[in-house]
Design a protein around this ligand. Sequence first.
Ligand SMILES: [Zn+2]
Length: 368
Amino acid sequence: MNNANRKKRKSQRKQKQLLNLLLLTAVFFCLVLGILLILRRTRAPETEIIQETIPETETETLPETESETIPETTEEEILPPGMVSGMTLSFYHIHLHESDDSVMPLVFMQPEDALDLSEIWASSDEAVASVDESGNITPESPGNCIIWVTSAMNPDVFAEVSVTVYPDDEELPDPEQLCSGFSEEDTTRNDIQVIGGITYVQGVMLVNKTYPLPSSYYPDGLTPETKEAFSELRHAASEEAGLRLFSDSDFRSYRTQVYLYESYCKRDGKEAADRFSARPGHSEHQTGMVIDVNWAGDAFNDTEEAVWLEQNCWRFGFIVRFPREKEEFTGYKYESWHIRYVGTEWAKKIYDSGLCLEEYFHVSSRYS
Ligand SMILES: [Zn+2]
């Protein structure tokens, strides 16, 4: 091979190498660009989820329905520090008899350390329901109206409560009929109704640290549905597993709870008592839909009976109301013995979700 040929081949080889290098660099950049794009795409919903979940985990707020949300612009606007940026209420719908006592929704302003947390209240129709400066809503005469609450500091932040007042001789509506029927997957919204002082979320009676029962609520024992479901549960435990389950305690009146809570406070102090005993009006035992099974105490945890109960009670419409590691949501430490009747449909959904009731319905449990 002559010299000129060799040189030519050499330069051709060099050109080829250069071309390969260029190609490789181009492929590398494409890859990097691709990865960056993928990252951006996967990150976007993540931030959305974080924004959505913050309100219910960190604060005791209730996710609002569209009409109740804070105008979206407030999120994008850059607010001066200390300015109120959002607001949620403990309920958005209330049904009252005309002679009922006044009721006040709890207001949660965001951020909690805003400089001025005061509210301005107004009624769309004072003849139907009036509202005072603290937010006490008083029924006046049958009809519908809206109660507005606005942040005194930032008038862009407001919420509405729809009020329906019924004549005293008319029955209050059935809570289940009032559910607006969210899709089963959509648990990011709730539908809280207060009917005659009792709170319902999607038709399920709700009693916890945020939502009390009126002191006058007195079903005088277990509700018939709860009684029947518990008897079926006991039968199944005995037949299927040879276990003996029985009620250690079930219905407790408001008055009994006053006595119990006060004696726990005296014995253990208020802070400790709040972790295992409810304040009067806040005890689920007052619903007549709760049973403490066999032994209301930590000694019941992890027994064969407790394990069976945890795995099977949903079949009969019950849920273990204060599951393990859910204290931040329920407000109570683990209680393997305390089961609550919610009906078979809800019990299955809640059990399958692995969530506690507060998480499932996006509601809070915190004393105000
Ligand atoms: Zn209990």
